[in-house]
Design a binder for this molecule. Sequence first.
Ligand SMILES: Nc1ncnc2c1ncn2[C@@H]1O[C@H](COP(=O)(O)OP(=O)(O)OP(=O)(O)O)[C@@H](O)[C@H]1O
Ligand SMILES: [Mg+2]
Length: 260
Amino acid sequence: MSELFRLTKTSLYFGNTPVIHEANLTIKNGGITCIIGPSGAGKSTLLRSLNRMNDLIADFHHKGTIMYNNRDIYDKGLRLEGLRREVGLVFQKPCLFPGSIHDNVIFGIRHIREKKKEGFKVIAERTLKAVGLWDEVHNRLDSPAIGLSEGQAQRLAIARALAVGPKTLLLDEPTSSLDHRSARAIETLVKELGRTMTIVIVTHKLEQAKALADDVVFICEGKICEAGEAANIFSHPENIETRCYIEGSPPLDPTLPYPE
Ligand SMILES: Nc1ncnc2c1ncn2[C@@H]1O[C@H](COP(=O)(O)OP(=O)(O)OP(=O)(O)O)[C@@H](O)[C@H]1O
Ligand SMILES: [Mg+2]
């Protein structure tokens, strides 16, 4: 599989503090890459860097390079809008806008001419079906989206991202605030989407990562400790911090010999 993202000596800063320090990482084109690691490790910041969403934060800056499809995403000639159309982001908390369910699905495509041609209704139906929400909402598309349950709201947020037609979807802990059943529905959806597009997902849940991931990136204290095929990392983690995290044991003193 070809590579989609390549980070080279990438550091991500808020103010003077590097939250991610000199990361070298490639993410493959296609399939599901899970970013895991302890709270505060820098997972969300790394994820947001892939479509330059951190740029919205006032004191953010970066060093090093982030390539997407062999192109530097900070290249002066690159259209940010084009990047964000190809690389969509879904936040941890489903963020719905005031307005109807239909309005929310088409929010990101209202000004895209070729989408207008295809027809917003057609796109809304297609994407709501893709996220398994159509049957639940098709007879109340004009009702306020605010009335949806958290699980439905998160699927609506994913439908809105899909409506734009991204090639890559970034998901930041999309199931963290959902009950078990809603979380399973999202996991099934993510697995399905991973067959036809690239998914990069941050998760706290190891079981979820094991169920979904083709590849895993383990981050600890702003460093990429280990990255590669999920099957290898979960069965034979090379890095001691990865191993402790996966086994659920407290981090060990790194100066001690690697435990057998
Ligand atoms: N806007 C910001 N300004 C300053 N510091 C920030 C900002 N956003 C995040 N940070 C800091 O950067 C570090 C990494 O945060 P980040 O949200 O990327 O971690 P995370 O691994 O996603 O954590 P969690 O699992 O709790 O979501 C943390 O120390 C956090 O406090
Ligand atoms: Mg986070």
